[in-house]
Design a protein around this ligand. Structure first.
Ligand SMILES: Cc1cc2nc3c(=O)[nH]c(=O)nc-3n(C[C@H](O)[C@H](O)[C@H](O)COP(=O)(O)O)c2cc1C
Length: 218
């Protein structure tokens, strides 16, 4: 009982975890995130909510040093790309095809013990909505969902004392080319470096800065 109470007390609130995290600029390149922690983060990211639940993105997890090196110049030489243990590339769908919708609703029906046929009228409505979007609007729509998945990672990682840096400063076209995304109807949307902070990173010692609540909420 005492051990349980101690562990409960040690559990950090989301608020404390948010205070602990920061955009890590210098990672310790020697420290590798264990696979079981990566699996935990994957489980969290998978549960991210999305519009219609469609999850219109895929996430590539890169550990290969050569690939990271290739991406570095197209990440404005941000060293996190090569020094962090894992690089998560969040890629949004460039199209949401009727085939995807059918795959999605067939799977949903199976998991929830329902008939696929019952989903068809709703699926058609979703399809009509998707088709009403211009290619640019669709890309914007899928990108918005993709950022939510990124946020899950940023919030979940601190629970395992894992550091992250969201990276929007990169060249999507070059990432797409290197990672072969156009053939997969994907677009590099946002990136996150995942690993452990180096004591050299001075940013971790700075007080957290945010606009005060009174200026943020009304
Ligand atoms: C979508 C997005 C893109 C970002 N891109 C970069 C980036 O390219 N390089 C970087 O060092 N930090 C990047 N950041 C980190 C922000 O600069 C950082 O989160 C912000 O300044 C607040 O600081 P904190 O996260 O340390 O509290 C990005 C953050 C977000 C959410």
């Amino acid at each position: 009982m005492l051990v349980f109470l101690y562990l409960e007390k040690k559990k950090m609130s989301v608020l404390k975890l948010m205070e602990w995290r920061y955009a890590t600029k210098i990672f310790d390149p020697e420290k590798i995130v264990p696979q079981e922690d990566i699996e935990y983060l994957k489980k969290c990211i998978r549960l991210t909510p999305s519009s219609y639940g469609l999850q219109p993105y895929k996430i590539q997890i890169i550990t290969d040093a050569d690939t990271k090196k290739k991406l570095l110049p197209y990440s404005y030489n941000q060293r996190q790309v090569v020094e962090a243990s894992h690089l998560f590339v969040f890629a949004n769908f460039t199209e949401i095809s009727d085939e995807y919708l059918e795959y999605f609703y067939r799977l949903k029906a199976k998991v929830q013990g329902k008939k696929f046929e019952d989903y068809i009228p709703y699926m058609k409505k979703v399809s009509a909505f998707i088709k009403s979007l211009s290619p640019e609007k669709l890309l914007e729509y899928t990108a918005l969902q993709t950022y939510m998945a990124l946020e899950t990672l940023l919030i979940a990682a601190p629970e395992k004392q894992i550091d992250t840096c969201a990276i929007g400063g990169f060249m999507p076209d070059k990432y797409n080319e290197i990672l072969g995304y156009p053939q997969k109807n994907l677009n590099a949307c946002v990136v996150a470096a995942v690993g452990y902070r180096s004591p050299e990173d001075q940013n971790q010692y700075l007080p957290k800065f945010r606009i005060p609540e009174e200026d943020l909420f009304f």
